[in-house]
Design a protein around this ligand. Structure first.
Ligand code: BT5
Length: 236
């Protein structure tokens, strides 16, 4: 169904998958114990020096890419459901973060490689020392801290990927509407005042109104004008 290729160290699983995409079949997962240059959006650093955490990239080569732009949101739902098996309540922060008690536990980075395919990269903090988390430039947490127990990485990764691929074809046929209810149940920002910042860190204030059927965010600005957003960083 899917195939995992494991490395001890890579600069970034996304970079490696991008460079070598032609060598790999659809549904190949590149996983590394550590990354030396793990990154998020806009080349922001992703702290990746703990082997008990997940750093992986799924290579996807769908025939129909109509709903590919929503793969991050699909992964957000799959990841929340996997975390919920550990009896915790994760929250989705549009567009690509998973939080627990307002602290970031995971980030997703989806990249399109021309016509060759899509790379869906995921970083998940399963096991972190509290002191190491303080290196991170925003409030962050890890599953071991939330549950009080060391987390078995292989077991978690298998649960996540099995669940991802179980409904992947259906999602790619139906798109965001397939996960809309599950997605909305795990968001807390609808109806609230939010700030969206773009690459240059300019923050704009909006009211979050709803999530549209294509996964975009409907907001109103301070003139009450409706605006549809497709990307950006959300804060409260
Ligand atoms: C993301 O970016 O959240 C997407 C991160 C994707 C990482 C995966 S790991 C496997 C694959 N290979 C890669 O090279 N990348 C992907 P963004 O929304 O830009 O958030 C980045 C911000 O998250 C940083 O500026 C920090 O504030 C914070 N951060 C960094 N490392 C973190 C960590 N381990 N846990 C929680 N937050 C972190």
């Amino acid at each position: 169904m899917y195939n995992i290729i494991k490395f001890d160290t890579l600069d970034s699983t996304n970079n490696y998958a991008k460079k070598n995409i032609e060598k790999f079949l659809d549904k190949t997962v590149i996983s590394a114990e550590i990354q030396t240059m793990g990154h998020g959006r806009f080349q922001r650093k992703w702290i990746s020096d703990v082997p008990e955490n997940i750093y992986c990239s799924i290579i996807l080569k769908p025939e129909n890419k109509k709903h590919a732009a929503n793969l991050t949101q699909y992964m957000c739902v799959v990841l929340c459901k996997t975390l919920e098996k550990y009896k915790i309540n994760p929250e989705i922060k549009w567009a690509n973060d998973i939080l627990i008690n307002s602290k970031k536990i995971s980030g997703i980075l989806c990249e399109n490689v021309n016509k060759k395919g899509i790379i869906l990269g995921v970083g998940i903090n399963l096991n972190f020392e509290k002191e190491t988390l303080e290196k991170i430039t925003q409030p962050a947490t890890a599953l071991n801290i939330e549950t009080g127990q060391k987390i078995n990485k292989e077991e978690f990764q298998k649960k996540l990927l099995d669940h991802f691929f179980e409904n992947y074809e259906l999602f790619m046929q139906q798109g965001f509407t397939f996960i809309k209810i599950d997605y909305l149940q795990r968001t807390k920002f609808i109806g609230k005042k939010i700030y969206i910042s773009s690459e240059n860190n300019k923050k704009t204030e909006y009211i979050a109104k709803s999530i549209n059927d294509d996964g975009s965010l409907l907001v109103t600005d301070n003139q009450k004008k409706e605006i549809i957003l497709y990307s950006g960083d959300l804060s409260f």
